[in-house]
Design a protein around this ligand. Structure first.
Ligand code: 5AD
Ligand code: SF4
Length: 480
C-alpha cells in the first residue's frame, strides 16, 4: 500500500470480531482509508483511529463491544490530555443493530456505521474532523460534534463503491461474493443486520480473484452468509456457485478453492457435481445443520429434515469420497427436549464430523425465537453443550489421527512457531507444521503426516510433487 506524499501519516487499528466476512470487511475498510493517509497498525497505543468491527450473532459477542469501548474511552482521554486525537468508530453488525444504543451508552464514539456503509468511511472521517468533534472533552472523552450514525441499507451495494482490494491478500485469502440472507432462521440476526441476499457479479469476483493470484494467492475461500445461494450476474444471466467455482478453477495459479458458509437447502446437484469434478475444490465442506431433530429444524425454520441432511452428505461423499464435513450446532433452542437433544447426538454419530462449531442458544433481540415460549434453562443448555462438544472433540481427534501415515499436499503459508519450522494447511484445513526451508512458503508440496496435537498435525516432507491433493490412501472414506 502506498501513501500519497501530500497526506500526513496516520495509523488505524482495526479490531475484528466474528466471522470471516468481518475479516474481509476490515481489510476493505483499511483499503478505503489508505488514500486518506491511514496505515494499519496492530498497536492500539499508536493509533489515531480505532475501528471495532463487531459481531452480533450471539449475546457474548455483542457484550464484548461495550467492555472494549470502556477501555477505549480511557485511551481517548489519555490521548486528549496529551493534546492528541483518537477517532473511534464502531462498525459491523452491532453497529447496525444497536447504533442508537451505542451513541447513547458510549458518547465518546465518533462514528457508528453498518456493514453496508464502509465505502462511506472517508466521508464520515472528514465530517468528524470538520465538525470539530476532536479533540474530545478531556473529562468525558465525548467528542464536540454530533456522532455520525450510518446504518442505512443503500439501494446500491457497497461493492460498487469500494476500491480494489489491497489489504489482506495472502497465500490463502478470503473473497466475499455474497452478502445478506433471506432465510430467516428463527434464532439468527443476520437477515436484519446484513440485509437481504445480494450476489456480486461474476466479472467483479473474477477480477478480484485474478488480482489476488497475481499477488501470490494460491488458495481462495469465497465467502457469503449463504454462499451457495449465490446467483451473481454473468454474461448470459445469473450464475450459480458451481459455475462460478468452475470459472475460478480456470485461473492459472489458483490451486485451491473453498466456499463458506453454505445452507443444506441450496446444496443443488450442480454443486455436488462440482465436488467430483474440480480437483481445486478442497475436500472439507462446512455445512451447518444446527440440530438433528426434525421438530427443532422446523422450529428453527431451516426448511429441511435431519434425514434430508444425511442424504445430502451421502450424495457429497459419493461425488467425492475423501470429503470431510464441518458444521454448526445450536444447543438449547427454545422448545428443545431431551429427545431432540438425543436426535442431534444421533445425527453427529451417523454423519461423523472432521470438525464442528457448537453454540449455546443465545436469544437475539428481534428474532422470532427470542420471544418463543419454552426457553431452555441455562444449566440444561450448559449440560447439553458439554455433551455435544465432547462427542465432536472425539470425532475431530479421530479424524486427525486417521490422517497419520497419509501423504497429502500441504499449502505452506508461513513460518512455524519454532526455528526451522514451516507451517501450512492440509486439504482438510488442518494446521500442519514440519521442519523445512522457508522457501516452501507460498508453495504446495507433498507431506506425510506423522503426528497429531490437539489442534494441529505434524508432518515430514516427501520427495517429489504429487498431482492431486488426494493420494490413493486419502481417498478412503474418513474413518471417524
Ligand atoms: N445463538 C447461538 N448460536 C447462534 N448462531 C447463530 N445465531 C445464534 C444464536 N442466536 C450460530 C449458528 C450459525 C453460526 C454462525 O452461529 O450455528 O450457523
Ligand atoms: Fe442466519 Fe444462516 Fe439462517 Fe441465514 S441461513 S438466517 S445467515 S443461520
Amino acid at each position: 500500500m502506498t501513501t500519497p506524499p501530500s497526506q500526513p501519516k496516520r495509523r488505524v487499528h482495526i479490531r475484528t470480531y466474528g466471522c470471516q466476512m468481518n475479516v474481509y470487511d476490515s481489510d476493505r475498510m483499511a483499503d478505503v482509508l489508505a488514500p486518506l493517509g491511514y496505515a494499519p497498525t496492530d498497536d492500539v497505543a499508536l493509533a489515531d483511529m480505532v475501528i471495532l468491527n463487531t459481531c452480533h450473532i450471539r449475546e457474548k459477542a455483542a457484550e464484548k463491544v461495550f467492555s472494549e469501548l470502556g477501555r477505549l474511552r480511557n485511551l481517548k482521554q489519555e490521548k486528549a490530555a496529551r493534546g492528541e486525537q483518537l477517532t473511534l468508530a464502531v462498525a459491523g453488525c452491532v453497529a447496525q443493530a444497536e447504533g442508537a444504543e451505542i451513541t447513547a451508552r458510549a458518547p465518546w464514539v465518533d462514528i457508528v456505521l453498518g456493514p453496508q456503509s464502509y465505502h462511506r468511511l472517508p466521508e464520515l472521517v472528514a465530517r468528524v474532523a470538520r465538525a470539530g468533534a476532536l479533540p474530545a472533552n478531556p473529562q468525558t472523552g465525548a467528542p464536540g460534534g454530533n456522532k455520525l450514525l450510518e446504518t442505512d441499507f443503500p439501494v446500491e451495494s457497497k461493492f460498487d463503491h469500494l476500491p480494489e482490494a489491497t489489504q489482506g491478500q495472502g497465500i490463502a485469502a478470503f473473497l466475499t461474493i455474497q452478502e445478506g440472507c433471506d432465510k430467516f432462521c428463527s434464532f439468527c440476526v443476520v437477515p436484519y443486520t446484513r440485509g437481504s441476499e445480494y450476489s456480486r457479479p461474476v466479472a467483479a469476483v473474477l477480477a478480484e480473484a485474478r488480482r489476488l493470484v497475481a499477488l501470490g494467492t494460491r488458495e481462495i475461500s469465497v465467502l457469503g452468509q449463504n454462499v451457495n445461494a449465490y446467483h451473481g450476474e454473468g454474461d448470459n444471466g445469473p450464475v450459480g456457485l458451481a459455475r462460478l467455482l468452475r470459472t475460478l478453477a480456470e485461473i492459472p495459479g489458483l490451486d485451491r478453492l473453498r466456499y463458506t458458509t453454505s445452507h443444506p437447502r441450496d446444496m443443488d446437484d450442480d454443486l455436488v457435481a462440482a465436488h467430483a469434478e474440480l480437483p481445486q475444490l478442497m475436500p472439507l465442506l462446512h455445512l451447518p445443520v444446527q440440530s438433528g431433530s426434525d421438530r427443532m429444524l422446523a422450529a428453527m425454520n431451516r426448511g429441511h429434515t435431519a434425514d434430508a441432511f444425511r442424504r445430502i452428505v451421502d450424495r457429497l461423499r459419493a461425488a467425492q469420497p475423501g470429503l470431510a464435513l464441518s458444521s454448526d450446532f445450536i444447543v438449547g433452542h427454545p422448545g428443545e427436549t431431551a429427545a431432540d437433544h438425543a436426535a442431534t447426538l444421533a445425527l453427529i454419530r451417523d454423519v461423523g464430523f472432521a470438525m464442528a462449531y457448537s453454540f449455546k442458544y443465545s436469544a437475539r433481540p428481534g428474532t422470532p425465537a427470542a420471544g418463543a415460549p419454552l426457553q431452555v434453562a441455562e444449566a440444561l443448555r450448559d449440560e447439553r453443550l458439554a455433551e455435544i462438544q465432547a462427542l465432536l472433540r472425539d470425532q475431530q481427534q479421530a479424524f486427525n489421527r486417521s490422517r497419520i501415515g497419509m501423504t497429502m499436499e500441504v499449502l505452506f503459508t508461513g513460518p512455524g512457531r519454532h526455528p526451522g519450522q514451516v507451517a501450512g494447511r492440509t486439504p482438510w484445513l488442518q494446521p500442519i507444521h514440519l521442519l523445512g526451508p522457508a522457501s516452501l512458503i507460498g508453495r504446495i508440496a507433498p507431506v506425510r503426516v506423522v503426528g497429531t496435537q490437539p489442534n494441529s498435525l505434524s508432518g515430514m516432507l516427501v520427495a517429489g510433487a504429487g498431482q492431486s491433493h488426494l493420494t490413493p490412501a486419502a481417498q478412503e472414506p474418513a474413518p471417524v
